[in-house]
Write a new protein. Structure first.
Length: 132
């Protein structure tokens, strides 16, 4: 089949506002930052606003990167999290089962934190120059 591939090249990118600061944890010689993003959508079947919950762990290495992540992964920050795929997770919440989509091999993309003066990005700068 022309469209079938033995290897999946799926990727995911989610942008949303953090309601809580990232949960920080030690991860060997790195520092881990657990983030949760809820993306609101209108469900036409139930005719109400609902949320898709995403979770990811991004890792920082070195004092400068750890300091940067600590300063921008705060409540109210708008962040983009990218990954190579996703996994559905279910846990028991106060009102029954809660589904969440875990972003695998997560990387931090665009970041705008209320305390920072301007949006930040880990991506390469964009220029108007033609590269040839």
């Amino acid at each position: 089949n022309y469209f079938r591939s033995e290897e999946s090249n799926m990727s995911i990118s989610v942008t949303g506002k953090l309601n809580k600061a990232a949960h920080q944890f030690d991860a060997g010689d790195s520092k881990g930052f657990g983030v949760r993003i809820g993306v609101k959508f209108y469900n036409r079947e139930t005719k109400s606003d609902e949320y898709t919950n995403y979770e990811a762990a991004v890792f920082a290495r070195g004092d400068k990167q750890i300091s940067f992540y600590s300063s921008v992964l705060v409540a109210g920050a708008v962040v983009e999290v990218k990954g190579t795929g996703c996994q559905i997770k279910t846990f028991q919440g106060d009102n029954g089962p809660v589904n969440s989509i875990a972003i695998l091999d997560s990387k931090l993309g665009y970041v705008f934190a209320p305390e920072t003066a301007a949006p930040q990005s880990n991506a390469a700068p964009i220029t108007e120059d033609i590269p040839f």
